[in-house]
Design a protein around this ligand. Structure first.
Ligand code: S3P
Length: 449
């Protein structure tokens, strides 16, 4: 894998104490779902706070290609849906860019329509496994033709569902769960999906909000089951997208690490299936106050008041991984400045994200002079003694969260840290550099000649 020809490097040097009140962009997972469920609803859905990162714009373009009207007017977005079962054959290949959520959820949707569509993506997405959705979705009679290992590009010939779907997923994955739910919406009877632990439940919450019947239950051993009644009439709703806790993670960790910092991050999504990083940092000794908790459009939100803190290394149990799966690279950066060792267990899923994040995180830390080791699916970072600096740019491999994590590391490093591709950041966090600089960071882009 290599970066695109038009890549721009970015460099991050020692920051001043971070101060200010800020809001980060809208939640990526919720933004994708608002567009998709809006496209399946009857009437108009209005969305405020939609993330306008590249990943979500791919979903918007796909919904348009499938016949929904999607329009951004100032800060608000409007979707005029076609009803469950009302989407039409797209006239061209659907390009999902870097977005795994778009590819997997839309594969679920398309598996329920009796026409053929084609999905592709960038070099990162074309390397990611789609077999995890092909397997359950094939049950419906849908046919998939993909490259080896279930990789994109992929053709999908859907089928009209004749029987209810039932799937026991071997992994806790909101993408797999949601893909099956999107197919099941189009079929008769009750679709059942079970996962070994609960992954983020934004689909369940938002489908209920749009009028579907969704029941969930969790067994003592963590096994989580969703039951969804098929062929509901979904009604267009007004969705308020909270700020993305996975994006809030970057200024949050930066404020904890940079001495003298005190910031407030407002309107952060606090869905308990997303807040594992906040819990972990608090256990490590971070001063994070959760204030003004409230609920908006079926999702909990709050403001976070964060101050510089000294951290102690801990063991982060595997059971917590689903609630912070995207936050391990930035947690590993925090761990480099904690006293002692931080052990992060149960990270197998990190290998199949936008890049192999387990390897990318360990390699990046090592190249900054920090002791980090991978044993199986455990990452251990030795903190405390490091005075990091990197002589060579960190390889981003089309992965936005690797880029942002190492730019945060640069804020507290002896020498500046450079990442080899800052363009990847636009997939989830447009305006990251100016926002961080407004707080006290010293980050800038370096165009590659
Ligand atoms: C997402 C689910 C997670 C997460 C991704 C977004 C979603 O992936 O890593 O960034 O919106 O459903 P998995 O379902 O593969 O764990």
């Amino acid at each position: 894998m290599h970066s695109s020809a038009a890549s721009i490097k970015a460099v991050s040097a020692k920051a001043k104490p971070l101060t200010g009140i800020l809001t980060v962009p809208g939640d990526k997972s919720i933004s994708h779902r608002a567009l998709m469920f809006g496209a399946l609803a009857v009437g108009e859905t209005s969305i405020s706070g939609l993330l306008t990162g590249e990943d979500v714009l791919r979903t918007a373009a796909a919904m348009r290609a499938l016949g929904a009207e999607v329009e951004g007017k100032g800060a608000d977005w409007f979707v005029r849906g076609r009803g469950v079962g009302g989407l039409r054959e797209p006239a061209d290949v659907l390009d999902m860019g870097n977005s795994g959520t778009s590819a997997r959820l839309i594969a679920g949707l398309l598996s329920a329509y009796p026409f053929t569509s084609f999905l592709t993506g960038d070099a990162s997405l074309r390397n990611r496994p789609m077999d995890r959705v092909i397997k359950p979705l094939s049950q419906t009679g849908a046919r998939f033709i993909s490259r080896a290992g279930g990789r994109l590009p992929m053709a999908i010939t859907g089928s009209s569902l004749a029987a209810p779907l039932s799937y026991v997923s071997p992994i806790a994955s909101a993408q797999v769960k949601s893909a099956v739910m999107l197919a099941g919406l189009h079929g008769p009877g009750v679709t059942t999906v079970t996962e070994p632990a609960a992954s983020r439940d934004h689909s369940e919450r938002m489908l209920r909000y749009f009028g579907a019947k969704v029941a969930t239950s969790q067994a003592d051993d963590g096994l989580y089951t969703v039951q969804l009644a098929g062929r509901p009439e979904l009604t267009g709703r007004s969705v308020i997208v909270p700020a993305d806790p996975s994006s809030a993670a970057f200024p949050l960790v930066a404020a904890i690490l940079v001495p003298g910092s005190a910031i407030t991050i407002t309107n952060v999504g606090m869905n308990p299936l997303r807040t594992g990083l906040f819990t972990t940092l608090q256990e490590m000794g971070a001063n994070i106050q959760i204030v003004n908790p409230r609920e908006e459009a079926g999702e909990p939100v709050a403001d976070l008041v964060v101050k510089h803190s000294s951290l102690q290394g801990i063991t982060v149990p595997a059971a917590r991984a689903p609630s912070m799966i995207d936050e391990y690279p930035i947690l590993a950066v925090a761990a480099a400045f904690a006293s002692g060792e931080t052990r992060m267990e149960g990270l197998a899923e990190l290998k199949v994200k936008e890049s192999d994040r387990l390897t990318a995180t360990a390699n990046g830390l090592q190249s900054c002079g920090i002791t980090a080791r991978v044993e199986g699916d455990t990452l251990t970072v030795t903190g405390g003694k490091a005075r990091p600096s990197s002589a060579t740019p960190i390889a981003v491999n089309l992965d936005h969260r690797i880029a942002m994590s190492f730019l945060v590391l640069g804020m507290v490093s002896d020498g500046a840290v450079t990442v080899d591709d800052a363009t990847a950041i636009a997939t989830s966090f447009p305006g990251f550099l100016p926002l961080m600089n407004g707080l006290g960071a010293d980050m800038r882009e370096i165009p590659i000649k």
